[in-house]
Design a protein around this ligand. Sequence first.
Ligand code: NAP
Length: 256
Amino acid sequence: MGLLDGKKAVIFGVANERSIAWAISEALHAAGAELGFTYAGEMLEKRVRPLAEGIGSKIILPCDVTKDEEIKHVFQTLKSSWGGLDILIHAIAFANKEDLSNPYAQTSRAGFHLALDVSTYSMVALTREAAALMEGRGGSVITLTYMGSEKVVPNYNVMGIAKAALEASVRYLAYDLGPKNIRVNAISAGPVKTLAAAGISGFKDMLHYAAERAPLKRNIEAEEVGRAALFLASDLSAAVTGEVLHVDAGYNIVGM
Ligand code: NAP
Protein backbone atom coordinates (compact mmCIF):
# COMPACT_ATOMS: atom_id res chain seq x y z
CA MET A 1 0.00 0.00 0.00
CA GLY A 2 1.29 3.46 -0.91
CA LEU A 3 1.08 6.53 1.33
CA LEU A 4 -0.94 8.34 -1.34
CA ASP A 5 -3.10 5.53 -2.75
CA GLY A 6 -6.30 6.97 -4.22
CA LYS A 7 -5.06 10.59 -3.96
CA LYS A 8 -5.24 13.05 -6.87
CA ALA A 9 -2.45 15.59 -7.33
CA VAL A 10 -1.98 18.40 -9.84
CA ILE A 11 1.55 19.55 -10.62
CA PHE A 12 2.41 23.02 -11.95
CA GLY A 13 6.04 23.62 -12.99
CA VAL A 14 7.51 20.66 -14.84
CA ALA A 15 9.72 22.01 -17.64
CA ASN A 16 11.85 18.88 -18.12
CA GLU A 17 13.21 15.85 -16.22
CA ARG A 18 15.58 18.08 -14.23
CA SER A 19 12.72 20.17 -12.81
CA ILE A 20 12.18 19.98 -9.06
CA ALA A 21 8.49 19.48 -9.90
CA TRP A 22 9.40 16.32 -11.81
CA ALA A 23 11.32 14.87 -8.85
CA ILE A 24 8.25 15.60 -6.71
CA SER A 25 6.00 13.97 -9.32
CA GLU A 26 8.09 10.79 -9.28
CA ALA A 27 7.90 10.61 -5.47
CA LEU A 28 4.12 11.17 -5.38
CA HIS A 29 3.54 8.70 -8.22
CA ALA A 30 5.66 6.02 -6.50
CA ALA A 31 3.49 6.50 -3.38
CA GLY A 32 0.34 5.75 -5.39
CA ALA A 33 -1.02 9.21 -6.31
CA GLU A 34 -2.69 9.86 -9.66
CA LEU A 35 -1.14 12.95 -11.25
CA GLY A 36 -2.27 15.71 -13.60
CA PHE A 37 0.20 18.15 -15.20
CA THR A 38 0.24 21.60 -16.72
CA TYR A 39 2.79 23.14 -19.07
CA ALA A 40 3.47 26.79 -19.84
CA GLY A 41 3.65 26.75 -23.65
CA GLU A 42 3.77 24.63 -26.81
CA MET A 43 7.55 24.25 -26.59
CA LEU A 44 7.20 22.76 -23.14
CA GLU A 45 4.33 20.47 -24.08
CA LYS A 46 6.82 18.49 -26.19
CA ARG A 47 8.89 17.78 -23.08
CA VAL A 48 6.15 17.48 -20.46
CA ARG A 49 3.70 15.25 -22.36
CA PRO A 50 6.06 12.25 -22.80
CA LEU A 51 7.18 12.47 -19.16
CA ALA A 52 3.60 12.65 -17.90
CA GLU A 53 2.32 9.90 -20.19
CA GLY A 54 5.27 7.74 -19.11
CA ILE A 55 3.80 7.56 -15.61
CA GLY A 56 0.25 7.02 -16.86
CA SER A 57 -1.10 10.58 -16.53
CA LYS A 58 -4.14 11.40 -18.62
CA ILE A 59 -4.57 15.06 -17.65
CA ILE A 60 -1.94 17.26 -19.34
CA LEU A 61 -3.12 20.83 -19.88
CA PRO A 62 -1.71 24.20 -20.96
CA CYS A 63 -1.52 26.85 -18.23
CA ASP A 64 0.28 30.16 -18.29
CA VAL A 65 -0.37 31.27 -14.71
CA THR A 66 -0.61 34.94 -15.73
CA LYS A 67 -3.88 34.03 -17.51
CA ASP A 68 -6.94 33.60 -15.29
CA GLU A 69 -8.92 31.82 -18.01
CA GLU A 70 -6.21 29.13 -18.38
CA ILE A 71 -6.16 28.58 -14.61
CA LYS A 72 -9.98 28.27 -14.60
CA HIS A 73 -9.86 25.75 -17.45
CA VAL A 74 -7.37 23.52 -15.59
CA PHE A 75 -9.51 23.33 -12.46
CA GLN A 76 -12.76 22.86 -14.41
CA THR A 77 -11.13 19.90 -16.16
CA LEU A 78 -9.90 18.47 -12.84
CA LYS A 79 -13.42 18.81 -11.42
CA SER A 80 -15.08 17.05 -14.34
CA SER A 81 -12.42 14.30 -14.56
CA TRP A 82 -11.68 13.63 -10.90
CA GLY A 83 -14.57 15.25 -9.00
CA GLY A 84 -12.09 16.66 -6.45
CA LEU A 85 -8.43 17.17 -5.61
CA ASP A 86 -6.11 16.24 -2.73
CA ILE A 87 -2.71 17.78 -3.54
CA LEU A 88 -1.51 20.93 -5.33
CA ILE A 89 2.17 21.35 -6.21
CA HIS A 90 3.18 24.92 -7.14
CA ALA A 91 6.74 24.95 -8.51
CA ILE A 92 6.72 28.05 -10.68
CA ALA A 93 8.88 31.15 -10.73
CA PHE A 94 10.03 33.69 -13.28
CA ALA A 95 11.94 36.98 -13.43
CA ASN A 96 13.55 38.83 -16.32
CA LYS A 97 17.18 37.84 -16.82
CA GLU A 98 18.45 41.40 -16.34
CA ASP A 99 16.67 41.54 -12.97
CA LEU A 100 18.76 38.54 -11.85
CA SER A 101 22.08 40.21 -12.63
CA ASN A 102 21.75 44.01 -12.31
CA PRO A 103 21.71 45.64 -8.85
CA TYR A 104 18.28 45.19 -7.18
CA ALA A 105 17.71 48.97 -7.12
CA GLN A 106 17.56 48.93 -10.92
CA THR A 107 14.54 46.60 -11.03
CA SER A 108 11.89 48.16 -13.28
CA ARG A 109 8.24 48.45 -12.23
CA ALA A 110 7.30 46.03 -15.02
CA GLY A 111 10.02 43.53 -14.01
CA PHE A 112 8.89 43.70 -10.37
CA HIS A 113 5.24 43.13 -11.32
CA LEU A 114 6.11 40.22 -13.61
CA ALA A 115 8.26 38.41 -11.01
CA LEU A 116 5.66 38.84 -8.26
CA ASP A 117 2.75 37.93 -10.56
CA VAL A 118 4.26 34.68 -11.87
CA SER A 119 6.14 33.59 -8.76
CA THR A 120 3.85 34.74 -5.93
CA TYR A 121 0.33 35.72 -6.99
CA SER A 122 0.02 32.49 -9.00
CA MET A 123 0.26 30.55 -5.71
CA VAL A 124 -2.71 32.50 -4.33
CA ALA A 125 -4.77 32.04 -7.50
CA LEU A 126 -4.02 28.30 -7.80
CA THR A 127 -4.64 27.65 -4.10
CA ARG A 128 -8.03 29.40 -4.27
CA GLU A 129 -9.13 27.14 -7.14
CA ALA A 130 -7.62 24.01 -5.57
CA ALA A 131 -9.32 24.71 -2.24
CA ALA A 132 -12.73 24.63 -3.92
CA LEU A 133 -11.96 21.08 -5.15
CA MET A 134 -10.57 20.04 -1.73
CA GLU A 135 -13.76 21.12 0.05
CA GLY A 136 -15.08 18.35 2.30
CA ARG A 137 -12.00 16.11 1.88
CA GLY A 138 -9.09 18.29 3.07
CA GLY A 139 -5.85 18.61 1.15
CA SER A 140 -2.23 19.64 0.96
CA VAL A 141 -0.76 22.57 -0.97
CA ILE A 142 3.03 22.74 -1.43
CA THR A 143 5.12 25.49 -2.97
CA LEU A 144 8.86 25.91 -3.58
CA THR A 145 10.94 28.71 -2.14
CA TYR A 146 14.59 29.62 -1.59
CA MET A 147 16.62 31.15 1.24
CA GLY A 148 17.16 34.31 -0.85
CA SER A 149 13.85 35.36 0.79
CA GLU A 150 15.48 35.51 4.25
CA LYS A 151 19.01 36.71 3.54
CA VAL A 152 20.67 38.56 0.68
CA VAL A 153 21.93 36.19 -2.00
CA PRO A 154 23.79 38.18 -4.69
CA ASN A 155 21.84 38.36 -8.00
CA TYR A 156 18.71 36.67 -6.58
CA ASN A 157 17.30 40.20 -6.25
CA VAL A 158 13.61 40.59 -7.11
CA MET A 159 13.14 36.82 -6.81
CA GLY A 160 14.14 37.09 -3.13
CA ILE A 161 11.35 39.62 -2.62
CA ALA A 162 8.91 37.38 -4.54
CA LYS A 163 9.88 34.41 -2.35
CA ALA A 164 9.50 36.45 0.86
CA ALA A 165 5.96 37.35 -0.24
CA LEU A 166 5.39 33.72 -1.22
CA GLU A 167 6.38 32.48 2.25
CA ALA A 168 4.11 35.08 3.88
CA SER A 169 1.33 33.93 1.54
CA VAL A 170 1.88 30.36 2.74
CA ARG A 171 1.15 31.49 6.30
CA TYR A 172 -1.93 33.55 5.37
CA LEU A 173 -3.33 30.78 3.15
CA ALA A 174 -2.65 28.19 5.85
CA TYR A 175 -4.60 30.36 8.30
CA ASP A 176 -7.54 30.83 5.90
CA LEU A 177 -7.79 27.19 4.88
CA GLY A 178 -6.93 25.44 8.14
CA PRO A 179 -10.59 25.15 9.22
CA LYS A 180 -11.19 23.12 6.03
CA ASN A 181 -8.27 20.80 6.89
CA ILE A 182 -6.34 22.13 3.90
CA ARG A 183 -2.65 22.45 4.80
CA VAL A 184 -0.31 24.89 3.05
CA ASN A 185 3.48 24.57 3.30
CA ALA A 186 6.65 25.54 1.46
CA ILE A 187 9.89 23.70 0.85
CA SER A 188 12.94 25.95 0.88
CA ALA A 189 15.31 23.99 -1.36
CA GLY A 190 19.04 24.40 -1.64
CA PRO A 191 20.39 25.18 -5.12
CA VAL A 192 19.64 22.54 -7.80
CA LYS A 193 20.78 22.77 -11.42
CA THR A 194 17.56 23.36 -13.41
CA LEU A 195 16.41 25.57 -16.31
CA ALA A 196 15.17 28.31 -13.96
CA ALA A 197 18.40 28.19 -11.93
CA ALA A 198 20.46 28.67 -15.11
CA GLY A 199 18.85 32.14 -15.40
CA ILE A 200 20.49 33.32 -12.15
CA SER A 201 23.81 35.00 -12.76
CA GLY A 202 26.63 33.16 -10.92
CA PHE A 203 24.52 30.09 -10.14
CA LYS A 204 27.54 27.74 -10.34
CA ASP A 205 29.25 29.73 -7.60
CA MET A 206 26.10 29.36 -5.47
CA LEU A 207 26.33 25.58 -5.81
CA HIS A 208 30.02 25.48 -4.77
CA TYR A 209 29.54 27.94 -1.91
CA ALA A 210 26.52 26.05 -0.52
CA ALA A 211 28.25 22.65 -0.69
CA GLU A 212 31.35 24.01 1.05
CA ARG A 213 29.47 25.65 3.94
CA ALA A 214 26.42 23.43 4.52
CA PRO A 215 26.67 21.23 7.63
CA LEU A 216 26.19 18.14 5.44
CA LYS A 217 29.08 19.36 3.20
CA ARG A 218 27.27 18.75 -0.07
CA ASN A 219 24.57 20.01 -2.40
CA ILE A 220 21.10 18.51 -2.34
CA GLU A 221 19.48 16.24 -4.93
CA ALA A 222 16.10 17.06 -6.47
CA GLU A 223 14.95 13.59 -5.30
CA GLU A 224 15.46 14.74 -1.71
CA VAL A 225 13.00 17.58 -2.32
CA GLY A 226 10.67 14.95 -3.80
CA ARG A 227 10.76 12.91 -0.61
CA ALA A 228 10.17 16.00 1.57
CA ALA A 229 7.17 16.85 -0.63
CA LEU A 230 5.84 13.31 -0.12
CA PHE A 231 6.01 13.92 3.64
CA LEU A 232 4.12 17.23 3.31
CA ALA A 233 1.58 15.76 0.87
CA SER A 234 0.78 12.75 3.05
CA ASP A 235 -0.76 12.17 6.49
CA LEU A 236 2.77 11.85 7.90
CA SER A 237 2.59 15.65 8.22
CA ALA A 238 -1.10 15.82 9.26
CA ALA A 239 -0.44 18.50 11.93
CA VAL A 240 2.02 20.59 9.88
CA THR A 241 0.77 23.76 8.17
CA GLY A 242 2.07 27.26 7.41
CA GLU A 243 5.61 25.88 7.61
CA VAL A 244 8.73 26.56 5.52
CA LEU A 245 10.73 23.33 5.54
CA HIS A 246 14.39 23.78 4.60
CA VAL A 247 15.76 20.98 2.43
CA ASP A 248 19.19 22.51 1.98
CA ALA A 249 21.72 20.21 3.69
CA GLY A 250 21.43 22.59 6.67
CA TYR A 251 22.93 25.60 4.88
CA ASN A 252 20.40 28.09 6.35
CA ILE A 253 21.46 27.51 9.98
CA VAL A 254 25.05 28.61 9.47
CA GLY A 255 25.97 32.16 10.54
CA MET A 256 29.67 32.13 9.80
P1 NAP B 1 12.30 24.77 -13.77
O1 NAP B 1 12.46 23.34 -14.06
O2 NAP B 1 12.76 25.74 -14.80
O3 NAP B 1 10.78 25.05 -13.38
C1 NAP B 1 10.23 26.36 -13.33
C2 NAP B 1 8.86 26.25 -13.95
O4 NAP B 1 8.13 27.49 -13.87
C3 NAP B 1 8.93 25.90 -15.43
O5 NAP B 1 8.10 24.81 -15.71
C4 NAP B 1 8.44 27.18 -16.07
O6 NAP B 1 7.91 27.06 -17.35
C5 NAP B 1 7.41 27.59 -15.07
N1 NAP B 1 6.88 28.93 -15.40
C6 NAP B 1 7.54 30.09 -15.55
N2 NAP B 1 6.69 31.07 -15.91
C7 NAP B 1 5.45 30.48 -15.98
C8 NAP B 1 4.14 30.96 -16.29
N3 NAP B 1 3.90 32.25 -16.62
N4 NAP B 1 3.11 30.09 -16.24
C9 NAP B 1 3.30 28.79 -15.92
N5 NAP B 1 4.51 28.28 -15.63
C10 NAP B 1 5.57 29.13 -15.65
O7 NAP B 1 13.09 25.16 -12.43
P2 NAP B 1 13.04 24.66 -10.92
O8 NAP B 1 14.34 25.07 -10.35
O9 NAP B 1 12.61 23.26 -10.83
O10 NAP B 1 11.93 25.62 -10.29
C11 NAP B 1 10.79 25.16 -9.59
C12 NAP B 1 10.55 26.00 -8.34
O11 NAP B 1 11.59 25.70 -7.41
C13 NAP B 1 10.60 27.51 -8.55
O12 NAP B 1 9.61 28.12 -7.75
C14 NAP B 1 11.97 27.87 -8.05
O13 NAP B 1 12.07 29.22 -7.64
C15 NAP B 1 12.09 26.92 -6.90
N6 NAP B 1 13.44 26.69 -6.37
C16 NAP B 1 14.44 26.32 -7.20
C17 NAP B 1 15.71 26.12 -6.70
C18 NAP B 1 16.85 25.72 -7.59
O14 NAP B 1 18.01 25.89 -7.20
N7 NAP B 1 16.62 25.18 -8.76
C19 NAP B 1 15.95 26.31 -5.32
C20 NAP B 1 14.89 26.68 -4.49
C21 NAP B 1 13.64 26.87 -5.03
P3 NAP B 1 8.82 27.75 -18.57
O15 NAP B 1 10.07 26.96 -18.64
O16 NAP B 1 7.94 27.67 -19.74
O17 NAP B 1 9.08 29.17 -18.17
